[in-house]
Design a protein. Sequence first.
Length: 63
Amino acid sequence: QKKVDKIDILPYHKAGTEKYSQLNLTYTFETVPAMAPERALEFEMEINNALSILKEQAYKRSA
């Protein structure tokens, strides 16, 4: 049985954009703004809260 204890969210960044031009590839996310680390943390907290609730519900069903 597999289980997930925590989910980590990494904010989107543009660190790899130069690699696309070096490889003559189109970078389709050019207009997507980078995510602030604080915003990624908000998402992470919400997802992990939901995960905690789901784990608790699963525990109650199995008891």
